[in-house]
Write a protein that binds this ligand. Sequence first.
Ligand code: NDP
Length: 334
Amino acid sequence: NHRIRLAARPHGEPVPDDFQHDVVEVPSPAPGQVLLRTRYVSLDPYVRGRMSDAKSYAAPMEVGDVIVGGTVSEVVESAADGFAPGDTVLSYGGWQEYSLEPADRLRRLDPSAAPVTTALGVLGMPGFTAYAGLLAIGKPQPGETVAVAAATGPVGSAVGQIARLHGARALGIAGGERKVAHLRELGFDAALDHRAPDLAGRLADAAPDGIDVYFENVGGAVWEAVLPLLNEFARVPVCGLAAHYNATSLPEGPDRSPQLMQSVLSKSLTLRGFIQREFVPTLFEDFLRDMTGWVASGQVQYTEDLTEGLDRAPEAFVGMLHGRNFGKTLVQVS
Ligand code: NDP
């Protein structure tokens, strides 16, 4: 069983020495367990947070742990009722070829209903994050402007497309011309490259009526450019801060939190952080029904960025944090 474990906690951007590859024997399932062979591993930005020991919403990994991640796997051997060799399941096996899971933590996938990889992207956790954060917190109304960055990623692309299905105007921000062109193909009403000069000026031009919902995925310079454009009563679902995940210190400069609070007060803004699992009990079924329909009808499109070979997972992971991915980042293991 080839595994990739956390060798050391990264300082800033993860480097190859932070990951350790090893090979151990394939384990056998105890009663109630299933032995799985990993087909695809999902690489997600939150895993960077779990490599650190800073307190967060999810417990950190320990040094020596297999790197965590959602997986699409195949049952190899089952010591549990309800699963048989050959079944395809959604699991949380992490960065390894084989894993043991208790049967009650698996979700069976139907490969004839949708490509199985969608369970890690548009029809899985990232798609659900977009759906729940946008609809429960952002509450886009017809004619309003919804802005989102990391807009070609699995969360951002779903946010923009769902916003349009609700009659709102979608403004997408992404890194590089190729991604911007893709946003236009997806039907975003406006698309901007955050790496080109004068983001603030171009954003103001692209949002002549201001911004009513800003779905926050990145923080940093994009947030600075968005804040002055927020309308009265704007909603900001705070989903992620990808621009800061590898930061080792606070940015320099004057403390601007008083200005932020002044805007929150004078424009009656709602900034509301969330972790998607909060909404699983209330919204997951609605999400699966709606999103499955939208994907089947082509109203929501998705892209996947597939890297072959588990040994390339660290490089794909670091690349994703820099925006070198194009769509949902996945590693094909077997
Ligand atoms: P993505 O595939 O979109 O990858 C992250 C993207 O962030 C990169 O591709 C890059 O896109 C962008 N990015 C990185 N640095 C910067 C920067 N300095 N400025 C602007 N953009 C930057 O990831 P996901 O769709 O999986 O996740 C999107 C966000 O949602 C993340 O912040 C993630 O942590 C968060 N999330 C939160 C959840 C929750 O429950 N709250 C659940 C799932 C995800 P580009 O090339 O366009 O710049």
